[in-house]
Design a protein around this ligand. Sequence first.
Ligand SMILES: NC(=O)C1=CN([C@@H]2O[C@H](COP(=O)(O)OP(=O)(O)OC[C@H]3O[C@@H](n4cnc5c(N)ncnc54)[C@H](OP(=O)(O)O)[C@@H]3O)[C@@H](O)[C@H]2O)C=CC1
Ligand SMILES: CC[C@](O)(C(C)=O)C(=O)O
Ligand SMILES: [Mg+2]
Ligand SMILES: [Mg+2]
Length: 337
Amino acid sequence: MSVEVYYDDNADLGLIQARKVAVIGYGSQGHAHALSLRDSGVDVVIGLPEGSKSRPKAEEQGLRVLTPAQAAAEADVIMVLAPDTAQRKLYTESIEPNLAAGKALFFGHGFNIRYGLIKPPAEVDVAMVAPKGPGHLVRRQYADGKGVPCLVAVEQDASGNALALALAYAKGIGGTRAGAIKTTFTEETETDLFGEQAVLCGGASALVQTGFEVLTEAGYAPEVAYFECLHELKLIVDLMYEGGIAKMRYSISDTAEYGDLSRGSRIIDSRVKDEMRKILGEIQSGEFAREWVAEDEAGRPNFKKWQAEGAAHPIEETGKKLRGMMSWVDRPITETA
Ligand SMILES: NC(=O)C1=CN([C@@H]2O[C@H](COP(=O)(O)OP(=O)(O)OC[C@H]3O[C@@H](n4cnc5c(N)ncnc54)[C@H](OP(=O)(O)O)[C@@H]3O)[C@@H](O)[C@H]2O)C=CC1
Ligand SMILES: CC[C@](O)(C(C)=O)C(=O)O
Ligand SMILES: [Mg+2]
Ligand SMILES: [Mg+2]
């Protein structure tokens, strides 16, 4: 294998237990990191603005909550887990004035460093611990004695010890139980954005909605279309997750496998592949980042419009009704945040 992978035996938890960690933000990732670090014996403080709706959640969990500036001033390791679009202002106003030689600035995603929105001073370590999964799963896996694999990267190694510190942090959230893969901020940012846009979120949502539309527009029952295009997707993806596409194909019928082999490439054809390359180009050139920052600064008009359109899609109403009949499906994904 060409990548370097680190496990529990390669990480010294003592390195992060000897520091004070400020987790800035207490959402999907923030709550998972903070609770798991605390359970790993790390001294954690949460940074949230006065009036943040996340404050009561963190306090209910027994965590000490300060403003981001106070938390950054107290801590040696500052993990930035606020939304990507909030990080630049947060950094300038609350973190930068509290950085000093010997401190470390950590991220869960490389967006702001990769696109030059945050430029930390040379005397601090800059590293990333990016779990490859949603925060609620990161916490659930840790609590179950397991872990979600994560990426670790070092952008600036002022102390000469930044990778070891990042691995210690990854161990504290369960990441090295599953494996921490060494990468760069550029590789993490570009692949993460590509994955969520083209395959995992954008690609998968559009595939599901379009399949549902084709069946219902042809007169089939929405409930049957929902099972075919959304519900069963999890069962199929679980098989891929366990044993790759090969295991999924082994498990499905010959009829399904022949349909897969003969029709799949008509759906995801060369036009789709060209569009994926175009999307990757927009990520690499910074065009997507500029567009997203401008959209956010304008009050997110398109984001809100598309969000509302997605929520109003008929598949949501059908799904809500069907999931209500399947008590085993409606497992809450939130633990505390
Ligand atoms: N979601 C995920 O699973 C993954 C996320 N990441 C990365 O992790 C980071 C955090 O994302 P995610 O967990 O989804 O974020 P969420 O939107 O779930 O949570 C953001 C948190 O930050 C708080 N917050 C908002 N503005 C500020 C601010 N100015 N200062 C301090 N705190 C603030 C929010 O508080 P309030 O409740 O008041 O809004 C909330 O607690 C991002 O860099 C993201 O790319 C990486 C891998 C996966
Ligand atoms: C797939 C979406 C993600 O990249 C993630 C959970 O890893 C995100 O930014 O939320
Ligand atoms: Mg991701
Ligand atoms: Mg992402």
